[in-house]
Design a protein around this ligand. Structure first.
Ligand SMILES: [Zn+2]
Length: 131
């Protein structure tokens, strides 16, 4: 069995990840028009009728360039049952977010230029790709 990593120790890379974006569901409150807040003499208060309770639901995801740094750890994981846990593959740790303990980045979320990383973020956000 032979493994190859796309990046090497010391390579300066940009990492991307995504966050969930939520939208507010109008709560139907007549006092605050569903905003959960009321304004009295220029001050903002929690609505006394609905107690400011606003439900949120996941609307979409947004990819962004999360970090950059030099690769300091390369880890190859291979499961007998292939990619069943989506954890197989080459993972990296970079100096700015910790080596040994810290954030682990999968190879598919690492790029050698910020431009390339930003381009991929736009593409994945448009297509709502979660991985
Ligand atoms: Zn209200």
């Amino acid at each position: 069995m032979k493994f190859e990593s796309k990046f090497n120790h010391g390579d300066f890379v940009y990492t991307i990840c995504y966050k969930d974006k939520y939208k507010e569901i109008p709560n139907g409150c007549k006092t605050c028009n569903g905003s959960g807040k009321v304004e009295i003499s220029g001050d903002i208060f929690k609505c006394p009728r609905c107690k400011g309770y606003i439900e949120r639901e996941k609307d979409s995801i947004e990819w962004y360039v999360s970090n950059s740094g030099k690769i300091g750890k390369i880890e190859i994981t291979s499961y007998l049952n292939g990619n069943s846990y989506n954890k197989s593959g080459v993972n990296y740790m970079i100096d700015s977010t910790g080596i040994g303990s810290g954030t682990v980045y999968n190879e598919k979320n690492i790029f050698t230029s910020r431009k390339e990383a930003e381009k991929e973020c736009i593409k994945r956000t448009e297509q709502q790709i979660e991985n």
